[in-house]
Design a protein around this ligand. Sequence first.
Ligand code: RIB
Length: 280
Amino acid sequence: NLILHSSKMLGVLIPDLRNPFFSSFIHGIQEYCRDATYMPMVFSANHDVKLETYYLGKLLEHSVDGLIIASASITAEAIDKLVKPLQVPYLLFDQNQIANLADRIEVDDYNGGLLAGQHLTELGHQKMAILLPANSTINVRERLRGFKAAIKQAGLPADNLTEIHADFSMKAGYEATQKVLDSNVSAVFCADDILAIGLYRGLNERGLHVPGDLSIIGYDDIDLDQYVYPRLTTIAQPVVEIGRESARLLVNRLEKPDIDRQLIKFPVKLVQRESTSVKK
Ligand code: RIB
């Protein structure tokens, strides 16, 4: 009986605690949990499958009532093997397991990529680069697919886009600077904001200006975007609300175990600031 054995704890697994996107996600979860008198227990797995599996096991040992899994490297099989036998309900966010029938929160990543691409092509950019991790999760690959669609819509050849691989970190964005410059583009789409912030530093060190020398658009709309110079144009995901809704759906599942699968899809929007401008 779920109620009798309730620990009133929710396990939360995220890929990277240092990324402000996930701090905001947890902020939302915590807000909902406080009202619902649940307690979130958060682990960050550093994009490492072994760690994800380890923490998942630890959370289950502590008899969490349910799990929010926002960490993407762990496979559907691993989740099933660990979680299913214990019958602990879970909700997925930012996941690879499209076929998995668990409750899920999705964001319109394809449209996010499309909006970013349309914004840059409307500004007259023709040669562009995208920064994204080498083994991107499905949600991030959707951003790429949307971006490519915008390039096609603008009548530009597909090879006008250079793909540059960089993990989701400021350091990786910084370290990708030379590759970006070598690609000879006038605009860059960073598949998350912290990549853009790293790239800002690399450009700054070389005396280059955003957006005069290079237009940059990010993804996420973390709070920092409004405090870097120039303020970063980005695609916003309503991440605090996503966190809140994740917790709400999971608690709803705990209270009503037999309801149909819950699926919420969030929209994204372009937030135009000063890091993108007309191609000179
Ligand atoms: O910044 C982290 C990124 O990884 C976000 O865009 C989020 O959606 C995740 O997939």
